[in-house]
Every structure is written in C-alpha cells, then in structure tokens.
Design a protein around this ligand. Structure first.
Ligand code: ATP
Length: 528
C-alpha cells in the first residue's frame, strides 16, 4: 500500500524529475523504433513490461499515421482505450487482409497475442501474409507495420525472418548517478557525497528509471532524506523487482555463507580466493595482462557444499548473488525459453558486478548432442548460453553447479568456457572433521571442547556434508527435548547410528558419478 501511495505522490508532484540519461535511453529506443518503421520492417516485437510507457513512445513515433490496437478484449481506440469492437485476433487480421485500405498509413499494435502466436496456425499464417504484403510493397501496405508488445517473446518459426525484437537498455552506473543527482536537485536535497553516490548507483543497477525514482521517493518519504540506511531499502525493493521478472532471484547475504564456513574443499577455496583478488582489482589485473574471470563449474555429489560455495563466492567477491533457476526459464511458448535466457543474461549483465549462480545446470542441458533426444528448444537455449559464456566481458561471474555432468554436452567442458571445472567428492576424514566442527560450533560452541570429533569422523565414512549437518541438528534437538544441559559425543554417535548416509542410499549412482569424474580428470575440489 505504501508503495502505491508513494508512486502516485511522487508521479504527481515530481513528474518533472524524469531525468536526462534515462531520457537518452528512451530517445534511443524511440529512434530505433522510428528507424525500423521507416525502413519498412514488417513486424517489430517490443519486449517490455511497461506497456503504458511503450504506448507513449508508439504515439510519438507514428506521427500522422493511424493506430489500430488489438487486445484480448477486442479492437480499441489506441488513445482513449475505448473498445470499438470485440473482434478476435483472427477476425481482425482477416478484415485487414480483405480490406487493404484499412491498412494504409496505419500501424497495427497487438497486445496479448502471445497465446495465438504460440498455437494458432491460422493467426500466424495471416500475420505472415500481412508481413509479405509489407515487404513486397503491395499498394496500401508501404506505410503499414505490425508492432507486437509483450513481456514474453514468442517467435513462431514461420515469422522469424519478418520479426525484429526491440528491448529497452538498462541504465549504466553513470546514468543512474545522473538520475539520482537530478532527483536530489528536484527535491532540493543536499547533494550526495561521491563515495555514497557510487554505492547507491551500484545498488540501483538493473532497475529502470521509474523504479529508481520511486524507491528514492519512498526513502525521502520515510526518512526525509537519502542516507546509508536506504541501501537496505534499495536491496529489498530490488529483490522484489527482480523476482517479478520471474527469471532470476536475488539471494540475501547471510553471514553463514562465509567461505570459512565451508569444511574442506581447500583446493576450490584457494582457487576462489585467487580469483577474488583479480576480480576485486580488475583494472590493475587487466593492465597487468590477467583475463577477466569468467566463471567456474562445480559438479559432484549432492549435499557436499556446491550451493554453499556459490553463495560464499558472492560474499568473497563482495557482490550480489543472482540465482538462475533453469526450471523457471523453460517457457511454455515457442521461443520463450531462449527469450527468457537472453533476458536473464541481460539483467545479470546490467546488475553486474555480480555472481550469477546457475543451479542444477544438468536439468536444463542434459542430453544435448547425444542420443538423449534433447529438444530443439534445449539445444538452442544451450547455444545462447554457450555463446554468451564464450564472449562474456562483463563482471557477471558465473558459478554453475550440477550433480551429474556426465550427460552434459562436451562443448561445455572445453577450456575457455569456464575458467575451471571442479569435482566435489564425499568429504574425506579431514574434511568431515572440519564439517563437524563448523556445525557443532555454530549451534553449541560451549560444548565443542567436550566432543571427540575423531570418533565421529571414524563412524561417518560415506556421509555427505548435509548428512553431517543433519546428524548434529538431530542430536542437539534430542538433548534439548530431554531437558539436558549439554551435547555429548554419545548424543551425536546415536544420531549417526540412526541415519543412513548418502553413500548407502545412493550407492549405485555415486559409483557411477565417481567413475566419470576420475575418467575425465577434473580438478578435485578437495586438497589431495
Ligand atoms: P545439492 O546438489 O543437493 O544441491 P549441494 O552440494 O549444493 O547439494 P549444499 O546445499 O551446499 O549442497 O549443502 C547442504 C547443506 O549441507 C549446507 O547448507 C551445509 O550446511 C551443509 N554442508 C554441505 N557441505 C558442507 C561443507 N563442506 N561444509 C560445511 N557444511 C556443509
């Protein structure tokens, strides 16, 4: 509710605070749209959440030409939004084809057309007819364009060569600084210290000008000015905006994700620490001849610290963590998955410096190129990702995690894609000792000195880190419910006896994974 009030309050009172660099992006967008229309591009696909903003742009760009707008509720007046008829998209297209004069010096704006584009072959075929009429200069179609507006990009194969996608760029950090400065001027606030402005603009990366202005207005509304305390507000708001985009999730910092809380995996931790030195001093490093860190693939046994390592990387690098959920990326419409992937990459690059964590990578890419029968969608999605990874120059550092990579396409494993591929095995004796210490210390530091960790280590061969954490938690809970004062070795031993380890439960698949990793000689995440 507060947000809503603030948006209205802000928009009314400080409408003029819309700012130069943001306007530049709008101007670029407008210019491109105008150019595409003048050049006779038949179908322009505007990929946006901001329908209203785009309406304004279309109105400016079309000049003296008329606009026909179709939405699911029918045909309506573009300006007043009053419904003029309840025709379906099919009827509308048929009418336009039968009566070319109604296309003359007009623009057809389609909204809510995603479903039809995805599954209605008649609609697709009629749009294609219109597109051919435009490209071949048929009378009355020389000045006609189709504009599709949607936040989901669906490109039917039949229309691929007639479509051009247009999306709005994100603001750069300097442009965000301009937005913030102009806001402060407009609101007659004191100008911000350069260092604080740096932090603030970094935190705003990935948000639109409108979103930035709304958050600033909210900060001023709540505290009277903009100060360091607002960084938290920005992060919270930004998380919501990113979640709404549906393809990435911004994960909150948690002190537990410190690299010191990973037991074992010494070789991986050292490697990450070395990369963090490069990452944090990238200008000097590049001058010295060091390449920009690209990313790492961490694969291996479940519950052994892969996700923990992804989170710890972000904390070590001192940047936000964005999680890409491959399951959510896979859209139901043709072309949607690839469009989602491109969007996710674009957003991650806009937010960068950041760590982009691609979780459960095998779920998306397994079976490509092999006999597994991966779909065309997956293969194309993989191609988009691989090209990006190969050519990536931004500070979006990729941490991909996977349990089983034996079915992933070999191209992914080639040098030059990831900086390194690590294999995480079940923890060895020394690592299990570390993991026990971490988990007992986290919950019962006072009891640690009385626990005989060696005994626990001897009884837990084949246990994963998650198994060990589970055993410690169970033992502590039991001590508490018995009303006892302290945790003992025997309590944990009892919990161990009652637990089935990962290697017991998944014996066959663990043997298979182990064999694969040995054969390919990936770097061991543990110190050998
Ligand atoms: P999955 O593939 O099933 O997602 P994962 O390898 O990503 O597993 P994590 O999520 O990192 O496993 O680990 C699960 C939990 O187990 C962690 O939250 C952590 O508490 C504990 N854990 C696992 N490995 C370690 C470790 N090496 N050091 C400390 N804790 C660990």
């Amino acid at each position: 509710m507060t947000d809503f009030v603030i948006v209205i309050w802000y928009n009314k009172k400080w409408k003029n605070a819309l700012l130069t660099k943001g306007e530049k992006i709008m101007a670029n967008f407008k210019e491109n749209l105008g150019r595409y229309m003048d050049a006779g591009f038949p179908i322009i696909y505007i990929d946006t959440f901001e329908e209203e903003k785009v309406d304004g742009i279309i109105r400016d760009v079309v000049g003296g030409r008329g606009i026909i707008e179709w939405t699911t509720i029918g045909f309506r007046d573009f300006k007043s939004k009053i419904i003029e008829s309840d025709w379906s998209l099919l009827d509308t297209l048929k009418y336009l084809i039968q009566d070319p004069k109604s296309c003359s010096r007009r623009v057809l704006v389609l909204k809510d057309a995603v479903k039809a584009l995805s599954e209605d072959s008649e609609v697709i075929s009629l749009i294609k007819r219109l597109a051919i009429n435009i490209t071949s200069g048929v009378e009355d179609f020389e000045d006609f364009n189709i504009i599709i507006v949607s936040n989901v990009v669906v490109i039917p194969e039949e229309l691929e060569k007639y479509m051009t996608i247009l999306s709005m760029d994100y603001l750069t950090q300097d442009e965000i600084k301009d937005v913030v400065n102009s806001f402060c001027d407009e609101m007659e606030l004191e100008s911000l210290r350069p260092q604080f402005l740096d932090e603030l603009s970094l935190a705003f990366k990935g948000l639109s000008e409108l979103e930035i202005n709304n958050i600033l207005a909210l900060a001023v509304f709540e505290g009277g000015n903009i100060n360091a305390g607002d960084l938290r507000l920005i992060t919270e708001q930004k998380k919501q905006v990113i979640r709404k985009s549906g393809i990435l999730e911004m994960i909150s910092d948690n002190v537990r994700d410190n690299i010191k809380n990973i037991g074992g995996l010494e070789s991986l931790k050292k490697w990450l620490e070395r990369k963090s030195k490069v990452y944090k001093n990238i200008n000097e490093a590049e001058k010295f001849g060091v390449d920009m860190p690209k990313g790492v693939l961490i694969a291996g046994m479940p519950g052994c610290g892969k996700s923990l390592s992804a989170k710890a990387t972000a904390m070590l690098f001192g940047v936000p963590l964005l999680r890409m959920d491959m399951g959510r990326l896979m859209g139901k419409y043709v072309g949607e998955s690839e469009a989602n992937m491109r969007k996710a990459i674009k957003l991650a690059e806009a937010i960068s410096p950041c760590v982009l964590w691609i979780d459960e990578m095998e779920k998306a890419f397994a079976g490509i190129g092999g006999n597994g029968g991966a779909s065309d969608v997956t293969t194309r999605l993989f191609g988009t990702f691989l090209t990006w990874l190969q050519e990536k120059e931004s500070m979006a550092f990729v941490v991909a995690t996977a349990n089983d990579i034996s079915n992933l396409p070999p191209e992914l494993m080639r040098k030059g894609r990831f900086d390194e591929i690590f294999f995480v095995n079940l923890p060895n004796d020394k690592e299990r000792k570390n993991i026990f210490e971490i988990h007992v210390k986290r919950r019962r530091e006072q009891d640690l000195k009385n626990i005989d960790i060696t005994q626990l280590v001897n009884k837990t061969t084949g246990y994963s880190g998650a198994d060990i954490e589970g055993v410690v938690k169970t033992a502590i809970e039991e001590v508490f419910s018995d009303g006892r004062k302290s945790l003992s070795t025997n309590d944990i031993l009892k919990a161990i006896r009652e637990t089935h380890s990962l290697s017991e439960i998944m014996k066959d698949s663990i043997d298979k994974i182990n064999k694969f990793y040995k054969q390919y000689k990936f770097k061991n995440a543990s110190e050998e």
